[in-house]
Write a protein that binds this ligand. Sequence first.
Ligand code: F6P
Length: 325
Amino acid sequence: MNTIKNIGVFTSGGDSPGMNAAIRAVVRTGLYYNLQVTGIMRGYDGMINGEFIPMERKSVANIIQRGGTILKTARSEEFRTKEGREKAYQQLKKQNIDALVAIGGDGTFTGANIFIDEFHIPVIGLPGTIDNDLVGTDYTIGYDTAINTVVEAVDKIRDTAESHDRLFIVEVMGRDSGLIALRSGIGTGAESILIPETKTDINALLARLEKGRKDKSSKIIIVAEGDDAGGAFEIATIVKGKFPAIDTRISILGHIQRGGAPSCMDRVLASRLGVAAVESLIAGKKGEMIGVVNNNIHFTPFANAIKHIADVNAELLKIVDILSL
Ligand code: F6P
């Protein structure tokens, strides 16, 4: 029997396109099942400070297509402390919130896991991050939009690179994960893709550049910000030292990767996961992240979702080898 009456929903950590679509799905599904839904502003910080807003159908009208998050987001230092979590729990109690949907990444779920242990409140997580670095889902909400943003930017860089016969080293986000770099690199026909999941062999990179020097006038190297050989500046210094005659430029794409209207894929993913989140809370689940694996809804305990870097698809790595330089 369902004992939940009021679901609190919040976004936490770095924002990602599609978070609004997820909030909308949680709110509308909650109302569909005659529950109250409360928006919690600014993630765990807002929970601690009692920043709550009652959500109605119209609170989430016209947001499915908007990037960012209407509930705002933060990385909370205070929630890392026992006192902070105690304050957050007291605020939830005062507001009669008896279950939570947390939309975020590994930091969000780490906090949620401790919170469940300490206060036994049911929490279900939705993977909201551009990094795609969670285990238990093929795609996180925001990843598809982010890689398309990178592809659009690199296509433009390729135009100017081609006109000037230049090499561009493009640094993309992903924290410790190379999944943004890998897919966007394949999608843009990058000559090399450097990711933290595989050891970067600088000599091999230089040998590839040497080999491809006469074949192609423009070259793109995509480097993930977390790569073990360093970021775009470090790679450029090495390349320029070895090949002073190659006209080399750097482009760090930065936070444009986090903004913009979510792709249709992210909107649909967020909608599916939002519905599943509310239904699973009603069914008595807690402490799990909901993802999509092989196009089916899939549950993963928080501890497993955040434990490892998601595996890199070996087939994609092989494709890079065959198709680049
Ligand atoms: O986790 C999302 C992400 O954009 C990472 O790719 C990046 O390393 C980090 O957040 C940047 O965080 P901030 O916006 O706090 O600088």
